[in-house]
Design a protein around this ligand. Sequence first.
Ligand SMILES: Nc1ncnc2c1ncn2[C@@H]1O[C@H](COP(=O)(O)OP(=O)(O)OP(=O)(O)O)[C@@H](O)[C@H]1O
Length: 249
Amino acid sequence: MNIPAVSVSTGRGSLVEARGIQKSFGQTPALRGASLTVPQGEIVAIMGPSGSGKSTLLHCLAGIYTPDQGEALFDGRPLNAMSEAERTRLRRTAFGFVFQFGQLVPELTAADNVALPLLLNRTKRKVAYKTADTWLDKLGIGDKGGRRTGELSGGEAQRVAVARALALAPNVIFADEPTGSLDSLTGEKVMDLLTGLAREQGTTVIVVTHDARVAAYADRVALVRDGIVSSIDLSVPDASAAAAAKGAV
Ligand SMILES: Nc1ncnc2c1ncn2[C@@H]1O[C@H](COP(=O)(O)OP(=O)(O)OP(=O)(O)O)[C@@H](O)[C@H]1O
């Protein structure tokens, strides 16, 4: 069926890791030595004040940005020691992405958008579209496969984005404010589906969020302050929001 995600050497230890990452944009330091270890199958929320470096850390972990110092590792292998072709392969097969905006092609249908990464990985057309239909169904929008994503509601479009990320059966999903454009109830439903389905297939999820209700779906919260991971905790900052989010699903 799908191109298999990159085979992972072990279910233990770290799947995704930041080791002392420093990254500046011109004179602006975004990360000043950020470290984080995420085991396979874990769901981690990255929280912290605006401008603290959360998105930069996520982009470094996904191999989209190259650190100035330190390194990002996947399954124990430093991303910056890989060739560009290997990093591209990782991004296409082992990594899924769910961002706030912009990952869908609005002129294409929901089914096209979900099938596209599979087709790029040389999955046969019929199989790719069958897989797309299956995932749209799982996300509760099986009836929207033929609709252009530009014509869908924000919540429906984000479900397509989640279907697209999960359909690849990736090892890791990187999500940056995946519910940032949605009302809170719709956002919770999207997080419920994303984390529920990710747990079913053992997919690691790393999600940047400002929202304690989103973080409530995570196993741990990594707090980023001034470009470093200042703490990693089992509890979300606002326990009542966590309880509310869990009760809402
Ligand atoms: N592409 C870029 N070019 C220049 N500066 C950048 C760029 N990306 C991030 N920065 C700067 O790096 C710092 C960290 O930004 P980053 O987006 O990682 O923070 P964040 O914690 O995700 O913020 P927010 O919660 O507001 O999205 C900020 O000072 C930001 O202005």
